[in-house]
Design a protein around this ligand. Structure first.
Ligand code: PSV
Ligand code: MN
Ligand code: MN
Length: 389
């Protein structure tokens, strides 16, 4: 047990959970954006807020950008700003879903001119990766159709493959393309990358620099996500996660808030293959929007939720589990797993934080820091940089 705790602490001390820049700006549903005071006015301030999350958790050393929401003149300056605050720029997320031109799709659009525009944007994102030193390009397409007959399902796949190949060829050494799937939204009849199988098939054709991203909110209710994790891992095609939580659909709630057991089951698959650490090649990221809760504490809580699920997964008695599985002892195998899940790992994480020179309770420490009050004062009257801005 002590060895297991020591190992768990080592892994947890190195764990990185990337934060989405867009979680710090105002966001909402299609019904209402509830504006908050003190939210960032530009990407530099978003990174400053993200650096606060890292300062109190020690586990959020990178920030994902979303282009053009985070468009700046000088990306090298943005990267230097991040570095000065103790974080770095991570995944570059593309956006081919907010222009009028994209009503019928972007990379799958029937008009080659629209596809060229979308392709140019994706290539610009790779330029930004070069400027920021970022290694991962994350692609999510809102492409799809609303009515049977609206467009050819097969032709749209061909168009998608062609654009992906162009972007793939532009990637430099050490750069990757991560393809994200989503079953639903915004189209109602077909979605062009609806599931892991479609994403996997495209990535397989493209080559080793193309991998699949699992956004935990993008599946049908009841989907066994940990099974998808296991399959993609086995095939060397698991590139990363967009973590969040859902009750109904793509609710983008704080990871682990709706179903902490699901998060544990996912982390168990990863821990059992020893791919939780930063050298695993898996980009662990949050993709959430906080529309009624405060943003910085919302991210701190989310990072802590991932840490708790990871700690539990790392405490699974793997020898006992293997023995029970090998002997066909169904109840014992399940009990071993549930023992780990039911362990209160908060004292272990508090102890680890102490060893790392951090406060035992990041939520309280942040609340006591006065940062929230300071940004409310400083950023008064500014134009908030929000989701969809
Ligand atoms: C789409 O629902 C998505 O999950 C993609 O990752 C987008 O880039 C992101 O949300 C925008 O919030
Ligand atoms: Mn996502
Ligand atoms: Mn989503």
């Amino acid at each position: 047990m002590n060895d297991r705790v020591t190992h768990a602490k080592q892994v947890l001390a190195s764990q990185n959970i990337e934060l989405p820049s867009w979680a710090f700006g105002n966001s909402g549903t299609r019904f209402k954006v509830f504006a908050q005071q003190g939210v960032p006015r530009d990407p530099f301030e978003k990174i400053a807020d993200a650096a606060q999350v890292n300062a109190y958790t020690g586990a959020a050393g990178s920030v994902a950008l979303h282009i053009p929401w985070d468009k700046v003149e000088d990306y090298a300056a943005l990267a230097a700003h991040a570095e000065a605050l103790g974080v770095r720029i991570g995944t570059i997320n593309s956006n081919t879903f907010q222009d009028d031109d994209y009503m019928l799709g972007s990379v799958c659009h029937p008009d080659p001119a629209v596809r060229r525009k979308a392709t140019a944007h994706l290539l610009e994102c790779v330029d930004i990766m070069d400027a920021t030193g970022s290694t991962d390009l994350k692609l999510w397409f809102a492409d799809g159709t609303n009515y049977p007959g609206q467009d050819s399902i097969a032709d749209r796949q061909d168009r998608l493959a062609e654009v992906l190949a162009t972007v793939y060829d532009r990637l430099g050494d050490g750069q990757r393309l991560l393809l994200e799937y989503k079953l639903f939204e915004p189209s109602f009849y077909t979605t062009d990358v609806p599931d892991w199988g479609t994403a996997y098939a495209h990535c397989l054709k493209l080559g080793p620099k193309a991998q699949v991203v699992i956004d935990t909110g993008h599946h049908a209710p009841g989907t066994n996500i940990e099974f998808i994790v296991a399959i993609l891992l086995r095939e060397g095609k698991l590139g990363g996660f967009d973590f969040n939580s859902r009750f109904y659909a793509d609710d983008d709630l704080m990871v682990g808030s709706a179903d902490p057991f699901q998060l544990f089951r996912i982390m168990h698959e990863l821990a059992s293959q020893d791919v939780v650490g930063p050298d695993s090649g898996i980009a662990y990221m949050l993709d959430q929007c906080h529309n009624i809760e405060a943003k910085i504490p919302g991210q701190i809580r989310s990072v802590m939720n991932v840490q708790e699920a990871t700690a539990k997964a790392l405490l699974v008695d793997t020898e006992a589990l293997s023995a029970a599985q090998a002997s066909g002892d169904v109840l014992e195998a399940n009990a071993v797993l549930m023992d780990a899940y039911n362990t209160d790992v908060r004292p272990l994480l508090a102890e680890l934080r102490g060893e790392l020179g951090l406060a035992a309770d990041p939520m309280r420490a942040y609340a006591a820091s006065g940062y929230a009050e300071a940004i409310r004062e400083d950023r008064l009257g500014g134009q908030a940089a929000g989701w969809g801005a």
